[in-house]
Write a protein that binds this ligand. Structure first.
Ligand code: AMP
Ligand code: ZN
Ligand code: FE
Ligand code: FE
Length: 279
């Protein structure tokens, strides 16, 4: 069997592997294809494409956009995106600037509360990184303020916590428009992560489908076998293609391995072939 991983982060956003290291690791893992889907950026794609040249690995350019649906943050993957599109590049640049302003406020609040954390700490040696709350969690843990990253989220970084600052909201309409403009195959990422019931997920999918959604991430570390089964039948019923990926972040999510997630994830090549046939 041949396997793929259609949801991977590098240090162009909040992963710890460089795009080149991601490609190397994917080849070592024997994967046939991966999609590089960094948050709000395609800046890692060029390096990954180059690194994958003359190797057996197929590199699919992608990104992962965050937007807000009825107060809940949802993520939409854009696979096969035209990462050279100037409108896309400009819009992503603006999104990252917005993110930067939010990070500054979170950092300032933490510093005012006495946490000894700097912007350099957050960047952690990757100057071009897109800083997310995962970076805050890593630094809080490394500096001994929290015992692990999930505690950092629970105590300080999650919605409702003292240092949580909401991101300026991107609407699903705008996110879908951006992805469709750049020729992407849009996929709703990790539906089980939103604490919605299946009926609400379906409602969300109907809205996104009307905006051009084509896929649903059925296989992801956030859904167990039973949930993936439910999602698969929902995808088929709504005419969406099932996809899957590990959401690999290197040592920013130490329990997640490329291609296999927490160990049992397997995304067969046939799913990728279905996406290609539908593009
Ligand atoms: P942001 O886009 O800045 O809001 O942060 C998103 C990052 O934080 C992603 O890498 C998420 O996987 C991670 N994240 C969000 N909530 C949690 C949580 N409760 N535990 C661990 N990681 C989380
Ligand atoms: Zn991430
Ligand atoms: Fe995500
Ligand atoms: Fe992700």
């Amino acid at each position: 069997m041949y396997y793929v991983d259609l949801h991977v982060h590098s240090n162009a956003s909040d992963g710890t592997f460089s795009p080149k290291q991601v490609v190397k690791a994917a080849n070592q893992a024997g994967l046939t294809a991966i999609a590089l889907t960094d948050h709000d950026t395609t800046d890692g794609v060029a390096e990954a494409v180059l690194a994958a040249e003359n190797t057996p690995l197929e590199l699919i350019p992608g990104t992962e956009l965050s937007c807000v649906y009825r107060g809940t943050e949802i993520h939409i993957l854009g696979l096969f995106i035209d990462w050279t599109d100037p409108v896309l590049t400009a819009s992503l640049h603006e999104l990252r600037a917005t993110r930067g302003r939010r990070n500054d406020i979170m950092l300032e609040r933490l510093q005012e509360a006495g946490f000894d954390i700097t912007l350099e700490d957050l960047k952690g040696g990757s100057p071009d990184t897109v800083i997310t709350r995962a970076h805050f969690a890593r630094v809080l843990t490394e500096k001994g303020y929290t015992k692990d990253r999930s505690t950092a989220f629970r105590k300080y970084l999650s919605e409702g916590c003292p240092f949580y600052v909401p991101k300026e909201e991107l609407s699903p309409e705008r996110a879908m428009e951006l992805l469709c403009h750049a020729g992407a195959f849009p996929v709703l990422a990790h539906p089980m992560q939103y604490h919605l019931c299946y009926d609400q997920v379906e409602e969300l999918l109907l809205l996104l489908s009307s905006l051009g959604l084509k896929g649903l991430e059925v296989y992801h570390p956030s859904s167990n076998q039973y949930q993936s089964g439910k999602l698969l039948s929902m995808a088929r019923r709504l005419g969406l293609s099932p996809t899957g990926g590990s959401d690999f972040h290197g040592s920013n999510k130490p329990d997640i391995k490329l291609g296999v997630g927490r160990g049992s994830l397997r995304v067969p090549l046939a799913l990728l072939e279905e996406l290609k046939a539908r593009r």
